[in-house]
Design a protein around this ligand. Structure first.
Ligand code: ARG
Ligand code: ZN
Length: 872
């Protein structure tokens, strides 16, 4: 059932205008479609018309007003075929669908009392018969009819042009979207919703009405999303010259949603978790996530909607570029170094694991079974890293010219990744042919670097060797064009040395280009021996190995002018210490803490830094997941024990220093999600987690006080996590109980309550999951709940990987149920099991047995594709 990129052909027929009428009913919604169809100019006359359609009951069909006889068309599970059609015609169909039975949350479905849609990638075919592919772009006119009492608000894309009353207590609104769009950007929302309204004046002076639609009880949670939207609109004008193009921009919050949000033209639909915030209910991280996602969806209006994808193999064309844009925006309005550190630590943990596992795929895949499985970290985040490399290769100004060229040349079109890159090549004069390999080659390149300083010649020779490991379907790899940003930090001066390469002076911070399997770079005129600071700012999505000594790393941690690499040096130093301790744990030898790590932390804690946000990151040890990523074979217990040992050793030795940091960063002023406050809170909370790790009286007391003070959700949640993850149930249980009772009415807070308890390291985590699956606030049909409970448990490394296999079994049971209810979520939930090859033999067998058990079911294409790859 696989689909191949190389099979792409333009559609035989295209739709220029689409008229839709929805008569809404939970059990039997009627959808009338009138499509203005014409033959594609490049295709011959006489070809059959093929329309996609799934789970539709056809009620009538006519061409140019003439009803078709039963032998004039064919219906299949996948769609509708009409063998003979004119070159230009009107197609009228009417179908019936059942939104209330739609638990897959693709197409038109119910969420609580409302109706809403999710059409990307292929949900529109569950609404009506249509050429459901992004290279068919039409203007839309949509009439929504519904019960006036229960569905007072009826929304779709574009501008409302007509509304009125109908018999039987029904009413209607007609919407017109003048911008041609693919059907995956279609949206409809109907419900008893309330709005918050604001305005934005665009750079050319047009007034845009901004609306956020929510259920009444959430009216107090929209301020931050609205402020973020206005910031994003301004930023896109100032940074990319992009202006909004309708008079109305709407955001709707829905509780049941598979992903974060969706950029439907003029009517963005959001998972409520990605839009609602309040200081009492959302953490700093949630505030920042909302800001980023609101911006992301807004930015899609140009990078995605005005210029869209020719086919779904090009998904990263819009997602990689748009993630890069939202990352840049967040960096500009918050702490830029911290944003980079957060993004990269997530990337190196999760995307590297994906790229090394059985579902590894290129940023532009060349085949797939189910496109819903390709909304991945590779397409999104690695795609964004590629765009970032492009920006750095050609420089911001040429990049901006390339972006302008791309938007003007391809406005209103459905295009490819080549189209984007060729604009960058054209605007910059760079040859990007070799660079294109980043899109077609999967796997994380590994760079082995070493260097030596020659005193006599005052030269530093840096040798770089690249290798990309084999990935499924791609045994052999070619050399990539890899930009390495670097500095050479003088060991005497502690400063970046002036760089001279092949007689050319490059400044003190430069990019060198690795294009061969192996290359040597000789830097001349160096008066002192340097320690190289390589791949600054994570200048390429690679693994970089350099034989740093711990002294080198401590030196870089103290002296590197690049904040990101200073942080990275600290992580590498901690990782070396952790390696020793993991080995000690496995060999049953006594664990000894590396004094160099303690001294490095002492320096950090007592130095006077102006950047608290970065300091908080530097004081944070690599996560268990990231440590695991560095190990040849993952030993979850040894990793947990080693990390805990480091944390406690640091806490014992530097207790007073941590305490001082905690006290110095307390703040009782009213909560604001502002960079300075966020930085102080994260620093304070990092200190508290060290203090709590040894569970001494003072640490416990501070955590309890912070929990009870209820100053804001960031502090409360952090304290609750520390109490819940402590070894004492007498701390965990009362706090969980109080919190659960207080927030029982708020689903988004209950999600946090679920996650916190099932991620505790104590042995009862799995029993808690089972118990909580019967909690009234839990539901298997709500993706947020599934992620909060089951997803969070699967990230609980010691407990998910229990040696009795019960963790794996629980996950497989859930996947089997979800396979029937919501295939897209089911397929995502399997991910941890697909990583079986990283574990010991016993666990491997247990994990594979569960995958086999899933495979024996009657599987959706989504789950089938993932399980087959995992077991291949
Ligand atoms: N385009 C959306 C975004 O990144 C994601 C939608 C994906 N939806 C899905 N069901 N796979 O903003
Ligand atoms: Zn997106």
């Amino acid at each position: 059932q696989a689909i191949y990129l190389s099979d792409y052909r333009p559609p035989a027929y295209r739709v220029t205008h689409t008229e839709l009428t929805f008569d809404l009913d939970p059990a039997a919604t009627r959808v009338k479609a009138r499509l203005h169809v014409e033959r594609h100019p490049e295709r011959e006359a006489g070809e059959a018309l093929e329309l996609d359609g799934e789970q539709l009951t056809l009620k009538s069909i006519a061409i140019d007003g003439q009803p078709l006889e039963e032998d004039e068309y064919q219906l299949t599970e996948q769609g509708l075929r009409v063998a003979r059609v004119p070159s230009r015609f009107l197609l009228d169909t009417e179908v019936e669908i059942a939104p209330e039975r739609n638990t897959a949350l693709e197409g038109l479905y119910r969420s609580g009392g409302m109706f809403c849609t999710q059409c990307e990638a292929e949900g529109f075919r569950r609404i009506t018969f249509y050429p459901d592919r992004p290279d068919v772009m039409a203007t839309f006119s949509t009439t929504v009819i519904g019960d006036a009492a229960s569905l007072p608000v009826l929304l779709s894309n574009g501008n409302p042009v007509e509304k009125g009353e109908l018999p039987n207590g029904r009413h209607f609104v007609t919407w017109e979207d003048p911008h041609p769009k693919p059907c995956y950007l279609f949206a409809l929302v109907a419900g008893d919703l309330k709005k918050v309204e604001d305005h934005f004046t665009t750079m050319s002076g047009r007034d845009v009405t901004l609306q956020i639609w929510v259920e009444e009880e959430n009216l107090g949670k929209t301020d931050h999303a609205m402020a973020s939207l206005k910031r994003a609109m301004r930023w896109d004008e100032e940074t990319y010259g992009r202006e909004y193009d309708l008079d109305l921009f709407m955001i709707v919050a829905v509780n049941d949603f598979n992903m974060g949000a969706m950029e439907n033209k003029g009517l963005n639909i959001f998972n409520s978790a990605a839009v609602l915030t309040h200081p009492d209910t959302a953490t700093d991280a949630a505030f920042q996530r909302v800001e980023g996602i609101v911006a992301h969806e807004y930015f899609h209006n140009w990078s995605g909607n005005r210029v869209t994808c020719r086919d779904w193999f090009q998904l990263s064309l819009k997602e990689g570029f748009t993630v890069f844009r939202d990352q840049s925006f967040s960096a500009d309005v918050n702490s830029a170094p911290v944003k980079r550190i957060e993004d990269v630590s997530f990337f190196r943990t999760a995307q590297f694991a994906e790229d090394a596992g059985p579902t590894a795929h290129p940023v532009r895949p060349d085949h797939y079974i189910e496109i819903g499985n390709f909304y991945t970290l590779t397409i999104y985040e690695k795609g964004a890293e590629i765009v970032r490399m492009l920006r750095n290769l050609v420089g911001w100004e040429a990049f901006r010219r390339g972006s302008d060229l791309y938007f003007s040349r391809f406005d209103g079109q459905a295009v490819t990744i080549e189209d984007f890159v060729s604009c960058m090549a054209e605007a910059s004069g760079h040859n990007l042919d070799q660079f294109m390999l980043w899109y077609s080659q999967a796997g994380t390149p590994e760079i082995d670097a070493h260097g030596e300083y020659d005193y006599a010649r005052a030269e530093y020779r840096l040798i770089l060797r690249q290798r990309t490991p084999a990935t499924p379907g791609q045994p052999d790899k070619q050399a990539l064009h890899i930009p390495i940003r670097l500095g050479l930090v003088g060991t005497k001066s502690g400063r970046d040395l002036a760089l001279t390469l092949d007689g050319e002076s490059l400044g003190r911070d430069a990019v060198i280009h690795l294009r061969e399997d192996e290359q040597e770079f000789v830097f001349t005129d160096l008066a002192e021996a340097p320690v190289p600071s390589l791949a600054r700012g994570f200048s390429a999505p690679i693994k970089l190995n350099f034989p740093y000594s711990r002294e080198d790393l401590a030196f870089l941690l103290a002296n590197d002018s690049d904040g990101f690499n200073r942080w990275d040096a600290g992580q590498r130093l901690s990782l070396l210490a952790l390696d020793d301790l993991i080995a000690a744990h496995r060999n049953g030898v006594e664990k000894v803490m590396d004094g160099r790590v303690i001294e490095a932390f002492r320096t950090l804690l007592t130095g006077d830094t102006d950047d608290k946000a970065v300091l908080a990151e530097m004081l944070t040890l690599p996560s268990e997941a990231y440590i695991a990523e560095q190990q040849p074979l993952v030993d979850v217990d040894a990793i947990h024990a080693a990390r805990q040992f480091v944390k406690q050793s640091l806490a014992r030795t530097l207790r007073d220093e941590f305490l001082a940091v905690y006290q110095a960063n307390r703040d009782d002023s009213p909560y604001a999600p502002e960079p300075d406050q966020i930085a102080a809170r994260s620093l304070k909370n990092v200190a508290l987690s060290y203090l709590m790790s040894i569970e001494d009286e003072e640490g416990v007391e501070l955590a309890q006080q912070q929990f009870e003070a209820e100053h804001n959700m960031t502090d409360v949640r952090h304290a609750l996590t520390l109490l819940t993850h402590s070894s004492r149930d007498d701390l965990a249980d009362p706090a969980l109980k109080a919190f659960g009772r207080k927030w029982a009415h708020d689903p988004l807070v209950m999600d946090q309550w679920f996650s916190i308890q099932v991620s505790r390291p104590q042995a009862d985590a799995l029993e808690r999951v089972k118990f909580l699956m019967d909690h009234p606030a839990f539901s298997l049909t709500n993706p947020n709940k599934v992620r909060a409970l089951i997803g969070a448990f699967a990230q609980n490394r010691v407990n998910f990987h229990r040696l009795d296999g019960e963790g794996y079994k629980l996950l497989a049971d859930v996947v089997i149920e979800l396979n029937r209810l919501n295939p897209e979520i089911a397929a995502r939930m399997i991910t941890p099991l697909t990583r079986w090859a990283r574990y010991d033999e016993t666990r491997q067998e247990l994990m594979k047995a569960e995958l086999e058990r899933i495979r024996a079911e009657d599987l959706s294409p989504n789950v089938y594709e993932v399980v087959e790859k995992a077991l291949a």
